[in-house]
Ligand binder design. Sequence first.
Ligand code: ADP
Length: 363
Amino acid sequence: MEASRHIHIAELSRRTVNPLIFWGIITVVLTVVLILIINAAGIQSGIYLLFLVPVIAYLVIMGFFVGYVSKLNRERNRLLAEQVREEGARAGEFKKLNQELETYAKQLFDKDFELTLANKRLQNLEQAKSKFVSVTTHQLRTPLSAVKWTFHMLLQGSLGPTTPDQHNFIEKGYESTQRMIAIINDLLNVDYMEADRSDYNFLPVDLLPLIESILFEFTNQAESKKITLKFDKPSSVLPPVAADPIKLSMVLENLLDNAIKYTPQGGQVTVSMSDDRMNSARSNLEVVISDSGIGIPPAERDKIFPRFFRGSNAIKVQTDGTGLGLFISQDIIEKHGGAIWFESAVGKGTQFHFSIPVHRLSK
Ligand code: ADP
């Protein structure tokens, strides 16, 4: 369609008779006809010239004028033809692009379909994995708890006296079982989290006694590494926070456990609390757990919270660990409407902070 229009306009100027020739012929024909008429009428030559000259002059001037207009017309037609040719070429390009686009759209649609299928397969696999983890961990926890209590009774001497060597071995067995139970608990917690089965029961919680009781749980672990465990209590009375005490205890336990695990013998771990109600419109309390430990390498800063990640320096000092503690803690704090973050310097220590909203009636 575009091409035929293009030929039509291009041919137009070629097929039209040159108007100057056309007008010349008309002038000659008219002059001859006039001479014939004048001669036939028998008019004298003087008058005849008086009449003929202006007519011929008029015809010649008109001829030039027509020639000039037709030249302009031809130029306009040429430009028009050029424009149509360019448009035709562009239309061709558009058509090609359109075809390519259609091909890409089709490929995209196919890929989308493949992705949906792969995603479905992954979801099925994920479900199977979760079910497997859930069942195995549940099944493992009960016998492990029994083993732990047997070791406990042996250590207490409830099953008869033991030699110092036997006591040492039993203690190691007890600690290993405890670590295994902790790993299983982490796996179960993640399983609950992913299945969105964790129930939260928000209550007004007084952080001070909660922190004190958890610090007490860690006294032995800290003492065994000669680590000074300190609590910088706030100078004023702080309001209770809105929290699920069991879940919040898990966060404190994870952070304290890490601080002690990743601090070398003779180091220091300090817990402090502050109230940022004056600085923040959100009315939060902030808890900081600082240690003088190995620190977090700057290159690994962004990988610390995602699940299963273990720091390159952490693996060297503590071979067992799941890389789930911070993942679980972050989820718990976020579900409380709070935030968790850290500052760290390799070889100097780490400070983990979390903030949590004050209970509404206490603001
Ligand atoms: P895990 O302790 O089992 O490795 P976490 O999720 O609790 O798992 O911690 C993830 C990683 O974060 C650790 O492997 C370690 O590299 C880093 N990390 C956490 N707490 C500390 C800390 N107090 N000091 C140094 N590194 C830490």
